[in-house]
Design a protein around this ligand. Sequence first.
Ligand SMILES: Cc1cc2nc3c(=O)[nH]c(=O)nc-3n(C[C@H](O)[C@H](O)[C@H](O)COP(=O)(O)OP(=O)(O)OC[C@H]3O[C@@H](n4cnc5c(N)ncnc54)[C@H](O)[C@@H]3O)c2cc1C
Length: 355
Amino acid sequence: MLDYIIVGSGLAGIAFSEVALHNNKSVFVFNNQSQNSSKIAGGLYNPVILKRFSEVWKANEQLELLYPFYQNLELKLGVTLDYKLPLLRKFYSVEEQNNWFSASDKPNLSKFLSTDLITKKWNFISSPFNFGEVLFSGYVDTALLVASYKSFLIQEKSYQEETFDYSQLKIHTDFVEYKNIKAKHIVFAEGFGMLSNPFFNSLPLDGTKGELLLIKAPNLNLEVIIKSSIFILPVGNDLYKVGATYNWEDKTNTPTEAAKNELVDNLKELINCDFVIIEHYAGVRPTVKDRRPLVGTHPMHNNVHVLNGLGTRGVMLAPAMATDLFNHIENQIPLDKNIDIRRIKNFVSSFCQNE
Ligand SMILES: Cc1cc2nc3c(=O)[nH]c(=O)nc-3n(C[C@H](O)[C@H](O)[C@H](O)COP(=O)(O)OP(=O)(O)OC[C@H]3O[C@@H](n4cnc5c(N)ncnc54)[C@H](O)[C@@H]3O)c2cc1C
């Protein structure tokens, strides 16, 4: 008898698996390649919402878990994942500069917003109003994490590349059974793939498609992340990630010409040197209407759980949400009502009516 079956090995599934293993629990992971989000993400983490200069929900708590979480993974997997890089917000006016400095006076933001105006000039980037620096930012190489974690699980004989067949799950009072595997619990972490899951597909996961480019710009020599209408993120060897778009209609993983043109147009407004596009990626972020994660236990089955809705911020949210779910299952610690799926009244009441 295992402790956990986990379905999905993106940021959510990996984070839950790590928390479980760290607490001496056993896991077995089923994963397919139907969703791309974690594989193609920019991987940025940043405690400030840069449109309105406000704090990301529970940023402090999430950052506290983020550093040791990715550091432990680096040691375990023998790869570099966490790159702590300054993130500079390009200002477009004196008014924006003033808004930044008033925000940096607020107690919850003063830790994250530098009060030094960054006046450094980069060749090929026009910045008449200079930049503001966000502290405690960086990026995680999520593609490498997903690939290395899969290798680790395979080595541990704890991974199966397979589309989970929900109809074959048998739920007993004290355990679940899937094909030849028995486990005390099952955690579903399928990202936008959750919409095929009959246990949780009535949760309000709406999905937001995002596209991203990998470009090569040999003359740019940028060593920081810059955020304007897009972000540009140096990943080494003159390569940069440029992203990302937001599309609420199209729910496919297919790269589109329209998004590519949008990114290229925005990039040309930010930099004026030559570049070539090396790759073009697309994926669907598991976004939720109320912008909070979907975490919790099925109303009818106390051994069936969900970890989803990481939206646009999976890198920061995953360690914290996985820890909360684990503590909820193992130690009966109540979930914050902002993330608990029980806040979705229609979802809960649909099961009460069926009873
Ligand atoms: C273009 C883009 C840029 C982004 N940039 C950032 C960023 O800079 N910073 C940030 O924090 N976040 C970013 N995100 C968001 C981030 O990628 C997500 O929050 C996160 O990856 C979600 O992780 P997940 O594990 O919930 O879902 P996923 O990554 O989608 O993982 C789910 C996994 O489950 C598998 N699966 C689904 N159904 C089944 C099934 N039935 N059987 C077996 N396996 C199944 C899928 O194939 C997949 O491998 C970005 C997203 C996109 C699209």
